[in-house]
Design a protein around this ligand. Sequence first.
Ligand SMILES: NC(=O)c1ccc[n+]([C@@H]2O[C@H](COP(=O)([O-])OP(=O)(O)OC[C@H]3O[C@@H](n4cnc5c(N)ncnc54)[C@H](OP(=O)(O)O)[C@@H]3O)[C@@H](O)[C@H]2O)c1
Length: 238
Amino acid sequence: MTPTSARASLALVIGAGGGLGAALVQQLSVDVQYRVLALSRNTQPAIDYTDEASLRTAAEWVAEQCAAQQADLRLLVVASGFLHGEQGQPERSWSHLDADYLTHVFRINTIGPALVMKHFLPLLPKQGRCVAGFVSAKVGSIGDNALGGWYGYRASKAALNQLVKSASIELARRNSQAVCVALHPGTVDTALSQPFAKTGLKVRPAAEAANDLLAVLTGLTPVQTGALVDYQGQTLPW
Ligand SMILES: NC(=O)c1ccc[n+]([C@@H]2O[C@H](COP(=O)([O-])OP(=O)(O)OC[C@H]3O[C@@H](n4cnc5c(N)ncnc54)[C@H](OP(=O)(O)O)[C@@H]3O)[C@@H](O)[C@H]2O)c1
């Protein structure tokens, strides 16, 4: 990425405590192009999607960092997500649909990133290249859904993709060089995928997935804004 000004460039990873998020922070920390900021439920300030005030406070902190470091936020990667946990498991059948699980999966996969858009996209510079990548999933593609199941996770990621599309349009109005995409990282060896990693499925280390996603983000042009893009740079169907 080639920022237009002599100011420093900041990269921010939200969801920095996850398998993919931690790998993204690690790779960005050795990238001389950026100074990296990381936010998670365990950082100071902390971000928790169940508490919008935490996002507002964290966004103010990022704005302060930009001012103090005479830097611009040129890269935002949102690597949070939820598939399974104490709130429930992905559904194999409509008979498993559960309001509490659905509420949680939408809160983390859809509403949280929407609030990130509200509080952090305004921090992106109004001029010059900047990129926002929201980690989604190919199973959120309606056109690609051949197997069914995983109702809540699929629907929450499909809704995230729609949010990304709307945000990309609004972002382009304030900066024609901005790029905002949904990302599919492939199947990655993390806690999220661990119970579902079947023999024969290509599961990649988080470091490799992070490296691929950063390479894709670096190569995207404003023409591709609003798309769902995989870790090889291919645009996926909605
Ligand atoms: N692993 C795969 O095979 C795979 C495949 C397709 C798509 N994805 C997507 O890739 C992304 C990263 O997933 P991962 O594999 O790295 O999973 P992971 O290791 O389980 O990480 C989950 C992430 O979600 C965040 N999170 C969970 N609850 C949260 C809350 N209440 N508030 C804020 N953040 C919360 C965690 O935040 P903290 O940083 O605070 O811990 C963590 O960063 C997700 O969007 C996932 O859907 C993964």
